[in-house]
Design a protein around this ligand. Structure first.
Ligand code: SF4
Length: 472
């Protein structure tokens, strides 16, 4: 076992097992991991004034920062372990190399220092101590806020080391045993490289957490009431289920009906129409004389929207290839210029609604308008043109899907992204690559991805509008 297995184990036991024994062909490349590595290297490099070198030789030469070291050793009871310290930082002391020693350091994204960071540091220190012949009292957690490097010192005391030893024992047991169950907390799965593999098994076994809106707590409540899988849920009485769901108080019957219908749709593969004729009618009327589709690509860690994409639709009968798509790149240095272009587009068709998927786009436009000193009334009138299709579809349809993300819904409608397995995080990865290399290929990929996002949103709009037309 190694540091990476420990990290995975803290998140999900099954992930640690799959990382160790799983068939690699079932694993999907994760842009999150790659983004993390790039950010990590940049911050470490800044922290060590660019004096970062790789491997054992770097320790012998006494460089300030050392990465890429793998150390093996015997932990206890003949358990072999390998540590892969993210970074070793030179400090005062005495070691086998001379009048200095190394401390382990880890990178932290966000504000919260978690078990993952503490355990990683403690685990690294255990093998590093004997390797460098020197005691390690503390480890470092390095992060960056507002472009400033932050360092937190962690006391690697006995209590923490004991805890880690116990976790390592359980990890060892887990890795030697059978594959653990899928985690109850499926939120963890969204950025996991084994997601596809686990999703397949979960659907085959009828896990309740596959049903939109059912988290681990609701699933346990249902199981304790004899509703153990999606099949049972789909054929359950809505009224009886409502009585069981007392934790949802006033909404309990509404939730019960949603859960049962969602389970029925999920199993049958058939969508279910919730009757709210007025809303869809409204969409039909509002978009009749033209509309925009708007989609943003952003870097949430940096709070930066790097690309705005507009698709102009004069009417739904225009051929797709004749539609005009306009990408607006938002480099930090030309912020004013991109804001001006966005407003220009929006005001070139003052009456047109702006269709988008999710809340980000509307929030971004309100912020831009504030930044440009628009009056309250102007902001209000601009914001009122935005129509969130994500809210719209959830209000009017129950779809045979696990979730209602842009990808899930439009894929179900038959839409395909040019790039296989494309995702927002992959676009972010390309953006980071573009900033480092200035290679236009990455920019082209991002723009194509954003264009596809716009067309995917259009496909959902067409579905909503055309189904309304059919009924009338
Ligand atoms: S997809 Fe979910 S259950 Fe499967 S390994 Fe990843 S986190 Fe665990």
């Amino acid at each position: 076992m190694n540091s990476l297995h420990l990290k995975s184990f803290i998140r999900c036991k099954r992930k640690a097992w799959l990382d160790f024994k799983g068939k690699k062909s079932y694993e999907i490349w994760s842009p999150h991991k790659a983004i993390d590595k790039i950010n990590q290297f940049q911050i470490f490099s800044e922290f060590c004034n660019s004096e970062i070198y790789t491997g054992l030789k770097a320790c012998e030469n006494g460089y300030q920062g050392v990465i890429g070291l793998k150390l093996r050793g015997n932990l206890f009871q003949n358990i072999n372990a390998e540590i892969r310290p993210q970074l070793l930082v030179k400090t005062k002391g005495k070691s086998k190399w001379g009048q200095y020693k190394y401390l382990p350091a880890v990178y932290k994204l966000g504000h919260k220092t978690t078990k993952e960071h503490l355990f990683d540091l403690a685990f690294s220190s255990m093998l590093l101590e004997s390797f460098q012949d020197s005691k390690i009292e503390k480890g470092l957690v390095i992060s960056s806020f507002d472009k400033k490097v932050n360092v937190e010192e962690i006391d690697l005391n006995k209590k923490l080391r004991k805890k880690v030893l116990n976790v390592l024992l359980s990890l060892n047991e887990c890795l030697e045993g059978f594959m653990p169950e899928i985690t109850q907390d499926r939120k963890k799965c969204t950025i996991c490289s084994w997601q596809k593999f686990c999703d397949k098994e979960s659907k085959e076994n009828g896990y309740l957490t596959d049903i939109d809106g059912i988290g681990s707590k609701t699933a346990s409540l249902l199981i304790s009431n004899g509703i153990s899988d999606t099949q049972t849920l789909a054929s359950y009485s809505e009224k009886k289920l409502g009585e069981t769901l007392s934790k949802f108080k006033d909404q309990k019957y509404e939730k019960a009906s949603l859960f049962v219908k969602q389970a029925q749709a999920y199993i049958s593969g058939e969508p279910y129409r919730i009757s709210n004729k007025n809303d869809t009618n409204d969409l039909l009327k509002k978009t009749f004389s033209g509309f925009y589709i708007f989609d943003i690509e952003s870097n949430p860690d940096d709070k930066h929207d790097f690309l705005y994409g507009f698709l102009k639709i004069n009417n739904l009968f225009t051929k797709k290839e004749d539609l005009i798509y306009e990408p607006i790149l938002n480099l930090k240095k030309n912020k004013g210029e991109s804001y001006r272009k966005i407003i220009e587009i929006l005001f070139s068709q003052k009456e047109w609604p702006v269709l988008h998927y999710g809340e980000t786009e509307k929030v971004a436009i309100i912020n831009i308008a504030k930044n440009l000193n628009f009056s309250f009334e102007e902001i209000d009138s601009l914001a009122s043109r935005f129509i969130d299709l994500h809210i719209f579809i959830r209000k009017s349809w129950i779809l045979p899907l696990k979730n209602y993300s842009l990808k899930s819904v439009s894929n179900w409608l038959g839409f395909q992204w040019m790039e296989k397995n494309a995702s927002g995080s992959k676009a972010l990865y390309w953006w980071i690559q573009y900033q480092i290399t200035e290679n236009e290929i990455f920019l082209k990929k991002i723009i194509q991805y954003n264009k596809d996002d716009c067309f995917a949103t259009l496909q959902i709009a067409e579905y909503l509008i055309k189904n309304q037309l059919k009924k009338n």
